[in-house]
Design a protein around this ligand. Structure first.
Ligand code: NA7
Length: 540
């Protein structure tokens, strides 16, 4: 671009949220432009193409619900679809609705500045080109800004290495998931590390896993979806989506209303066993309702999962390394696994406890820990993300009076509904900090976020309004409310990305980053605010 193009709305990011935001605003007759860093649509499912990457949500609950045509024409092959299938799905949607014509790829937004005089945002891309719009919508994803560890010597490694969120393309060898003959090192054992480790274990000559902290993993219990089930899911799609919209996390799984303490030991064990054998997040989200709020109830499921790990891992010393000791089950994100623990029964897979023998440096031949050096050919960083606020922190966003968003949020984010922050009018943060979509079967809540924002923008056009931002009081109250809800749960008892903790960025404030009130309450609150003429916002 040589001159500045002007739109009604600019959307940053062409993942699930950005694609739907583009579609809805365009349907309402707005002129919309999407800027996307990558060279294709799909966001998370575009970038995270490491081997073993797949859903933890039932595929047919993760899909878009807003088009019967999509539901009828798309076939999910597995209960928890692998990443290539999801990427194909999102490309299918982009083609079907001709989304690409309004998406500019390979275009990272570097700066966004609010022009008070014209009540417009000006965005500047990495190449220096600019564009303007009345509304700016961030659809940059809560887990898109990946972090590499600041281990000394990282750049000296002589073999090949990558972060899981930037897996290099290749037709053969390790890039195409064939690790035969190779010694592989993996750093990180979160949800991603677990998925990639269990996949690499199938072909690697040798794998060394460098673990800082184990997580409470549970079986995914994946399987194929046959034609009969596909037909059923299509026919009952609306019921399935409706059911999701009634549950805490907008999954099919709803908490068991009983307390874990109110049933006999036999009954409790029976439910735990049943959930452990069932597909998906049920063990976390269809469990007794107090496992996430009562330390006593949580201790019971924690003990159950610990017993499972000890049963599945042959070497008791290795099993102990895989049993978390510093947090209860479910207080961090539960990685879903398929024979993950059994990997450690293979002679060629080694688990290194970085708490006992920390990494001192990366050297050309591999990883040097305090006791010895591990030589590897390929080094995989499954070290996670600057979660929730990371993508926004990497854009130079300037609001009213020249204030920088990064400065405003230096002590942790503050928002109203997780949708807006005062001083940054007409900027909407889909799946932003303290937004209900952050702890959710994400497309279900993305649709809520997008539709709410689209309705609001439509309302402003109808009423001839130019500007919206929250009152300071609404923002302060929401921030307190989010914290109060979190304190009613056990999430704050664990260090995790939910709590804004990132070992690679100690500057981040420890603060609950999500919304713990559940998807239905969040939606009800957003609907109530809209019905009360956008109570808590100042419109002019
Ligand atoms: P996570 O869950 O943040 O996991 C990152 C992992 O990497 C975790 O085990 C970290 O240990 C480890 N890590 C991070 N930095 C280091 C260093 N410097 N040295 C050793 N180990 C390190 O990210 P994921 O990508 O697995 O999952 C992110 C989300 O994506 C997931 O929750 C899903 O919702 C999808 P730590 O835990 O900090 O001790």
């Amino acid at each position: 671009m040589t001159s500045t193009n002007t739109y009604d709305a600019i959307v940053m990011g062409a993942g699930i949220a950005g694609m739907y935001q583009l579609h809805t605003l365009r349907e309402q007759g707005f002129k919309v432009k999407v800027f996307e860093t990558g060279d294709g649509v799909g966001g998370t499912w575009h970038w995270n193409n490491y081997p073993g990457c797949r859903f933890d949500s039932e595929s047919y609950t993760y899909a878009y619900s807003w088009s019967k045509e999509i539901i009828d024409e798309w076939t999910w092959t597995e209960r928890f679809a692998p990443q290539p299938e999801t990427k194909r799905y999102l490309n299918f949607v982009a083609d079907k609705f001709d989304l690409r014509k309004d998406i500019q790829f390979n275009s990272r937004v570097a700066k966004a500045t609010y022009d008070e005089a014209n009540t417009e945002w000006e965005v500047e891309l990495d190449d220096g080109s600019t564009a303007r719009a009345k509304f700016l919508v961030s659809a940059t994803g809560p887990l898109s800004a990946f972090t590499l560890p600041g281990i000394p010597g990282r750049d000296t490694f002589a073999g090949e290495s990558c972060h899981t969120a930037r897996w290099p393309q290749g037709d053969s060898g390790w890039k195409a998931n064939d690790f035969s003959g190779l010694r592989v090192g993996v750093i990180g054992t979160g949800a991603t590390g677990v998925q990639v480790i269990q996949e690499i274990a199938k072909t690697a000559k040798e794998m060394t896993v460098f673990q800082l902290a184990p997580n409470w993993c549970a079986p995914l219990n994946n399987g194929p979806i046959d034609a009969e089930e596909t037909a059923y899911n299509r026919e009952h799609a609306q019921e399935i989506f409706d059911q999701c919209n009634t549950t805490f996390g907008a999954f099919l799984h709803a908490f068991d209303e009983r307390s874990a303490m109110d049933v006999s030991e036999e009954e409790r064990e029976a439910l735990f066993e049943k959930l452990y054998a069932e597909p998906g997040f049920g063990i976390w989200l269809a469990n007794f309702s107090d496992i996430m709020t009562s330390p006593e109830a949580n201790a019971l499921i924690t003990d159950f999962i610990a017993r499972k790990i000890r049963q599945r891992v042959d070497n008791p010393d290795v099993a102990e390394l895989l049993v978390p000791k510093d947090h209860g089950f479910g207080t961090r994100r539960v990685p879903m696994e398929t024979k993950y623990f059994e990997c450690y029964n293979q002679d060629n897979i080694h688990l290194i406890d970085l708490n006992k023998t920390p990494i001192e440096e990366i050297v050309p031949a591999g990883v040097k820990c305090s006791d010895k050096q591990y030589d590897v050919d390929v080094l995989i960083y499954a070290t996670g993300f600057d979660a929730v606020t990371g993508a926004l922190r990497r854009i130079d966003i300037t609001g009213i009076g020249g204030e920088k968003l990064v400065d405003k949020w230096s002590n942790g984010p503050s928002t109203y509904l997780g949708m807006q922050t005062t001083g940054y009018p007409n900027l909407f943060t889909l799946v932003g900090p303290h937004n209900g979509a952050t702890f959710c079967n994400i497309p279900r809540c993305i649709e809520q976020n997008v539709e709410w924002v689209s309705d609001l923008i439509g309302h402003m056009r109808d009423k001839n309004l130019n500007q919206i931002q929250p009152t300071q009081k609404a923002e302060d109250d929401w921030t307190v409310h989010v914290d109060e809800l979190a304190q009613m749960t056990l999430f704050p008892t664990a260090d995790s990305w939910f709590m804004g903790v990132n070992v690679n960025d100690p500057s981040k404030k420890r603060m609950f980053m999500l919304y713990a009130g559940g998807a239905p309450s969040y939606k009800a609150k957003c609907d109530e605010v809209a019905a009360q003429n956008y109570d808590g916002f100042v419109l002019k």
